[in-house]
Write a protein that binds this ligand. Structure first.
Ligand SMILES: [Cu+2]
Length: 130
């Protein structure tokens, strides 16, 4: 199930218009335990402001990284995030902003690792472009 979602998300990212502008400021809305948009395109090497708006009456997380990093998070023991710009906890019905400088071009995953959320579809793609 997770694998299928990841493959579908990557396929969608690859099919997205290559001219999609890399934004240095973007907003992701969280609604019904999904990221909207589920694919964002950002530039490498410059600060990117990402506003995370949680419209749900439950808490969520926005955690960005490689597949290997996410594998560690699935078995991890960190209940609260916030000290790293790529690991943000967003309380119910609230908004958080983070500034991230992505060092390398490539494809990262954004996932909420609260129990059951990833399985429900709370997963997306961050495309970092040169
Ligand atoms: Cu969540």
């Amino acid at each position: 199930m997770i694998r299928a979602l990841v493959i579908a998300a990557i396929a969608a990212a690859l099919l997205a218009p290559s001219g999609a502008a890399a934004a240095t400021q973007t907003e992701i809305r969280i609604h019904y335990s999904h990221f909207d948009p589920s694919i964002i395109t950002v530039p490498r090497g410059v600060p990117v402001t990402i506003v995370l708006r949680n419209d749900d009456p439950i808490d969520h997380e926005w955690i960005v990284g490689t597949a290997e990093m996410h594998a560690r998070h699935r078995s991890g023991t960190e209940p609260v995030h916030g000290s790293r710009p790529t690991e943000i906890s967003i309380p119910a019905l609230s908004t958080r902003a983070t500034v991230v400088t992505f060092a390398d071009a490539g494809m990262l995953q954004m996932i909420c690792h609260l129990p059951g959320h990833e399985q429900y579809g709370m997963i997306g793609i961050v495309r970092v472009v040169p």
